[in-house]
Design a protein around this ligand. Structure first.
Ligand SMILES: NC(=O)c1ccc[n+]([C@@H]2O[C@H](COP(=O)([O-])OP(=O)(O)OC[C@H]3O[C@@H](n4cnc5c(N)ncnc54)[C@H](OP(=O)(O)O)[C@@H]3O)[C@@H](O)[C@H]2O)c1
Length: 249
């Protein structure tokens, strides 16, 4: 089975591509560093030609809603067109409830993800499965470092049911190989415990011996803290607890 992983150099794309290879798939690792640009379509048709499945694990560091929406809209349209021409199924990685206006009202990046989902749905219909996951434990470290000012790390409160990226990758791979949720339009994946990602950031930085406190940052509106980020019901509840994940750092 030929599977193209778009964004295969990233945190999730790399995990997915490695697992697929271990399970015997012929994997094409497609991202700009390997000559495939999903925004301009450079190298895209050739990469997707003959594919059975295309997995979209793309990301953009977008500071504004306009940039996030433009990137995800364009890349979704380009990938959907290429996949359709090749007769390939698409598995899109997205964020649980990011398309809910109550959640994304003050989150330009989430509005970009909402537009990405919409474009794919319109173009592909039944050829598409969206795997929505809650926030990954790893995001706590990425975000707290992204918002750091010298030794002062900052992080918004985000009440979610976070999961280990490795567990998320296992689900995506099963879906791509048709081993679970065959034919599903969309599935929801969450971690085992409800918690504030700010607390995960504090514990993770402590475990890594990082100096300095993590301060709370006002950001994103009430949808980030009132439980709306947690899908209910979820199709998959992953097993790795924060305690077990911290022990891997
Ligand atoms: N973090 C979370 O908690 C979480 C939760 C749920 C869902 N998600 C979603 O998961 C997805 C992947 O996130 P991630 O953290 O794994 O991403 P990431 O580490 O930032 O990696 C992004 C990948 O996209 C590639 N890329 C960027 N622009 C490209 C372009 N124009 N054409 C082709 N490739 C391009 C990058 O490689 P090059 O630079 O070489 O192009 C890289 O391989 C995102 O859509 C995110 O919304 C994240």
């Amino acid at each position: 089975m030929k599977i193209v992983v778009i964004g295969a150099g990233g945190a999730m794309g790399r995990r997915v591509a490695d697992r697929l290879e271990r399970r015997g798939a012929q994997v094409v690792r497609a991202h700009r560093a390997t000559g495939v640009d999903a925004a301009t379509s450079e190298g895209l048709t050739a990469a997707v030609d003959g594919a059975d499945v295309v997995i979209d694990c793309l990301n953009v560091a977008a500071a504004t809603e306009a940039k996030a929406v433009a990137f995800f809209e364009q890349t979704a349209a380009n990938i959907a067109d290429a996949a359709k021409a090749a007769g390939a199924r698409v598995v899109l990685l997205s964020i649980s409830n990011a398309s809910d206006p109550a959640v994304n009202a003050k989150m330009g990046y989430y509005k970009g993800k909402a537009r990405q989902e919409q474009v794919y749905r319109e173009k592909l219909g039944e050829q598409l499965t969206i795997v929505h996951t809650t926030q990954w434990f790893e995001l706590a470290l990425t975000m707290s470092e992204q918002f750091a000012l010298g030794p002062l790390a900052m992080m918004p409160h985000m009440v979610t049911a976070p999961l280990a990226a490795d567990d998320g990758a296992d689900v995506i791979v099963d879906v791509a190989l048709g081993a679970s949720f065959a034919g599903a339009a969309s599935i929801q994946v969450r971690g085992p415990e409800r918690m504030d990602l700010l607390d995960v950031a504090r514990q993770a930085r402590k475990a890594l011996g990082r100096k300095g406190k993590v301060f709370s940052l006002r950001f994103g509106g009430p949808g980030l803290t009132d439980g709306s980020l947690i899908p209910d019901p979820a199709d998959v509840i992953t097993s790795t607890t924060v305690k077990r994940w911290l022990a891997t750092l």
